[in-house]
Design a protein around this ligand. Structure first.
Ligand SMILES: [Zn+2]
Length: 248
């Protein structure tokens, strides 16, 4: 008997309802548009939840916050069409700003209890050398919300959602932006679609920065696939929900 037999690494391809929690508008797609588009093609429903307003990264600083948000959403919807996102939700916490961790976690609990995903995607909060606090907070709050979704004494931000909640199980969490993957998704056949989706995020990258991002993604997708029987990959740390605590 091994611990892996008790808490097996869940198969992302079994996922039917996937909540993808991201700090900024583009993180899910930069990290995981390849595997997510494949899962959508397989019939999974994709829901994106964006924690911050992302306003600090908008290249055109002359835009009002209102117009910058419109541009961000335009880009996100265009990318979402390519990837196959069913619904987008936003929380609007200040990008790179001062906001409360527990407020964030309460909101994540709300959407998990409301949408009842069987799989959650989120950034790896334990990524070494991650310097962006939004990524660390979002990753950790997502992991905690996954663990605590069934503990109704831990309130979400919406009492109506909490009172209507009926227990459901989340089979796993897939952490992206990770240096310790245990699963490399083969994205060779969907690479062009992934790049088309990432290129939609025009409000956040001027053309030169976008080319650099694509070059970095191109290089990394091949690097992580070294030794695999395919050319391009996306690295994920996929964990059983119960493996999120005490090192199991
Ligand atoms: Zn980000």
């Amino acid at each position: 008997m091994t611990i892996e037999s008790i808490l097996p690494i869940p198969n992302v391809f079994d996922a039917k309802r996937i909540l993808c929690i991201q700090p900024h508008y583009d993180d899910n797609d930069i990290a995981a548009a390849g595997i997510l588009s494949q899962l959508a093609k397989n019939g999974a429903e994709l829901f994106y939840l964006t924690a911050t307003d992302d306003l600090m990264g908008v290249v055109d600083v002359s835009l009002s916050n209102e117009n910058a948000t419109k541009a961000l959403k335009r880009d996100q919807f265009a990318a979402g069409k390519i990837v196959g996102v069913k619904e987008q939700y936003w929380l609007g916490y200040p990008d790179a700003g001062d906001y409360n961790y527990f407020d964030l976690r309460r909101d994540f609990l709300k959407y998990i209890r409301l949408l009842k995903p069987d799989f959650v995607f989120a950034p790896d909060a334990w990524l070494t050398y991650e310097g962006h606090h939004d990524h660390i907070q979002t990753g950790l709050a997502a992991a905690e919300a996954v663990m605590f979704a069934g503990l109704i004494k831990i309130a979400s931000s919406d009492p109506v959602v909490d009172s209507a909640y009926e227990p459901h199980s989340i089979n796993g969490i897939a952490l992206y932006h990770t240096r310790e993957p245990n699963f490399i998704a083969d994205i060779t056949s969907v690479w062009e679609g992934k790049i088309a989706a990432v290129r939609c995020y025009e409000a956040q990258f001027d053309p030169q920065d976008m080319d650099q991002l694509i070059y970095a993604l191109d290089t990394k997708s091949q690097q992580v696939a070294e030794g695999q029987p395919f050319r391009r990959g996306e690295p994920l740390k996929v964990l059983h929900t119960s493996a999120l605590h005490c090192g199991f």
